[in-house]
Design a protein around this ligand. Structure first.
Ligand code: F6P
Length: 318
């Protein structure tokens, strides 16, 4: 194997740049020519490649987003699109590919591996919804972005004695809501894995108010409900002013935390090592702070276990 490539796919995540940097630098150290593929699998289909050198990845370790850009390619989901992508890799003599993304990107990497392009997946998604790894790149930065927002919203909430609902990302996973809620001392955490009863939320807010609390913060994962709707429902039931804030894409950008930079550097470098060892169709991850790797198909087949003890702790400490 002489030429390897790296791409980012799906929703961007802070730390993807740190992972690209690690792949490029480790690739060069290992004696590979390293190519960057722009715009994910769509770029692979179109042959949108760029030869990378050490300085192509200078000054990016701290930056959110992805210098290679990303895309959700409909064409690549088809057999024809995958054939075109594999053909393009052959034309450019690329035998190994590092795919940085989430479960959809890993499914694509598996298909490409079956078509003869050795692929290694690196977990990059703020949702932290991949079961096989304790953490995915971008999650920690997103949690810290939410924490920053909680602090700001708390100031204005107590000034007006309001309850605030903060809607965070996480379509199927409540990890961002849970970790930010626990770290931010939120009064309520609503996640898709646990659901919620409106009456419980109303009772909680009244109890807080009766204890003389000036504000209450409820963190709502987007997959568990709609912030505006919940705001209305609460105000119909209790005499407390409620305001909701949907944080949206602000969570996905900004400077990458040290945790994510270190995680991305370790995982990116390990992915290159696996390609150098002739491995394919595998993903890298982290468990108990140790790097692991396994078959993509095995990783995708695992069901994420919600950290219930953290949720229960957060509820106790409210
Ligand atoms: O997968 C990460 C994520 O940020 C989700 O939490 C969110 O619902 C989704 O991506 C939105 O991404 P986009 O609008 O870019 O498709």
């Amino acid at each position: 194997m002489k030429n390897i490539a790296v791409l980012t796919s799906g929703g961007d995540a802070p730390g993807m740049n740190a992972a690209i940097r690690a792949v490029v630098r480790m690739g060069i150290i290992s004696g590979f020519n390293v190519f960057g593929v722009r715009k994910g699998f769509r770029g692979l289909i179109n042959g949108d490649f760029e030869k990378m050198n050490e300085s192509s990845v200078s000054d990016i370790i701290q930056r959110g987003g992805t210098i290679l850009q990303t895309a959700r390619s409909e064409e690549f989901k088809t057999e024809e699109g995958q054939d075109k992508a594999a053909k393009m890799a052959k034309i450019f003599d690329i035998d190994g590919l590092v795919v940085i993304g989430g479960d959809g990107s890993f499914a694509g990497a598996k298909r490409l591996s079956e078509k003869g392009v050795a692929c290694i997946g690196v977990p990059g998604t703020i949702d932290n919804d991949l079961a096989y790894t304790d953490y995915s790149i971008g999650f920690d930065t997103a949690v810290n972005n939410v924490l920053d927002a909680i602090n700001r919203i708390r100031d204005t909430s107590s000034s007006h004695e309001r309850a605030s609902i903060i809607e965070v990302m996480g379509r199927y996973s409540g990890d961002i809501a849970l970790y930010a809620g626990l770290a931010g001392g939120a009064e309520g955490i609503i996640v898709p894995e646990m659901g919620f009863e409106l009456d419980d939320i109303c009772r909680l807010l009244i109890e807080r108010k009766n204890k003389g609390k000036l504000h209450s913060i409820i963190i709502l994962a987007e997959g568990a409900g709609d912030a505006k709707q919940l705001e209305q429902q609460i105000m119909e039931n209790v005499d407390i002013e409620v305001r909701s804030t949907i944080l949206g894409y602000i969570q996905r950008g900004g400077s990458t935390t040290a945790f994510d930079r270190i995680l991305a550097s370790r995982l990116g470098a390990r992915a290159v090592e696996l390609l150098a060892e002739g491995k394919s169709s595998r993903v890298v991850g982290i468990r108990d702070n140790k790097l692991i790797d396994m078959e993509i198909v095995e990783a995708l087949g695992m069901k994420k276990v919600f950290p219930r003890e953290l949720y229960e702790l957060a509820i106790k400490l409210q």
